[in-house]
Ligand binder design. Structure first.
Ligand code: FPP
Length: 265
């Protein structure tokens, strides 16, 4: 008879086990699903949007700390293509957030040499959101430090559909041949293609709030990422939380389908 012995959740266990070691490598690319804003607000009898406002403050804290730690890319899931289903008032608030964020935070990002990128279905965003993005991207375009990459109106399946269509049209127009299609080339058609190849894929994907789902985020790019689920709600996630997440990564045994050197003997 087959028996299933449920293990205590690995990440939640690991969270108490490791401490961050600044001597060990820090991931180059961290992706985060920032979840739990609504619950954070509801726990305080506040409207859900108060959670998003606080979540925006967490974005600032985590961006600065990631930059201090030497992280090269921070990709944040700020609004998914499915989030349009939320009440109009909440969607409007979420669309206003980038405007407030960029208007108030760009001077600090400049001091930290942070470059902003936004990936997603840009054309359907309100004009005021597009304007704020354009200004922030333009103002930080020559910065050479951390790349703060917002996934805004982003969905991974839709990203792949676009990639497939573009590859098909490049074949039809004789720009490429079918034989040239490789997984690396598919990466060139995705929204992360603006990043140098060696840091396109996140080494860790963190999701806050205790939910253990990927929710249509970077499905291609996380093929070998370490997945970390923490129970903290996004507005509660802080510098120590980030270090704890990195500490777990530092102690994971990444094999990419092979064996570690010592296991090869
Ligand atoms: C998920 O929490 C969070 C979002 C859909 C929005 C995330 C946005 C921010 C943190 C601010 C982003 C800032 C900028 C500058 C764009 P939820 O509402 O699903 O929480 P719940 O699961 O507790 O309801």
């Amino acid at each position: 008879m087959l028996r299933f012995f449920p293990e205590k959740n690995k990440t939640f266990q690991e969270e108490q086990e490791y401490t961050f070691d600044s001597e060990l490598p820090v991931p180059n690319h961290i992706a985060i699903i920032m979840d739990g804003n609504g619950r954070w607000a509801q726990n305080r009898y506040l409207p859900r949007v108060a959670g998003h406002k606080e979540g925006m403050e967490t974005v600032k804290t985590i961006t600065k700390h990631a930059s201090n730690l030497g992280v090269k890319v921070l990709t944040l899931y700020a609004f998914s293509t499915e989030n349009w289903k939320r009440p109009e008032e909440e969607v409007d608030f979420l669309m206003q957030l980038p405007v407030d964020f960029f208007d108030t935070f760009v001077p600090e990002l400049m001091k930290k040499n942070v470059r902003i990128n936004v990936m997603g279905e840009y054309d359907t965003l309100p004009a005021s959101t597009q304007d704020a993005i354009n200004r922030a991207v333009e103002a930080t375009s020559n910065n050479t430090g951390l790349i703060l990459n917002f996934a805004l109106n982003y969905g991974s399946r839709s990203e792949m559909v676009h990639a497939v269509k573009n590859i098909a049209s490049d074949i039809t127009e004789n720009n490429i041949e079918i034989e040239q299609i490789t997984d690396e080339m598919i990466g060139d058609y995705l929204m992360t293609s603006f990043l140098p190849k060696e840091i396109r894929d996140p080494e860790i994907l963190i999701r806050t709030s205790g939910e253990e789902r990927i929710s249509n985020f970077l499905l291609w790019q996380i093929a070998y990422s370490e997945l970390l689920f923490t129970k903290e709600l996004w507005p509660d996630y802080n510098e120590t939380s980030l270090e704890n997440s990195i500490a777990i990564f530092q102690h994971r045994n990444r094999r990419f389908g092979g064996l570690k050197k010592e296991e090869n003997k």
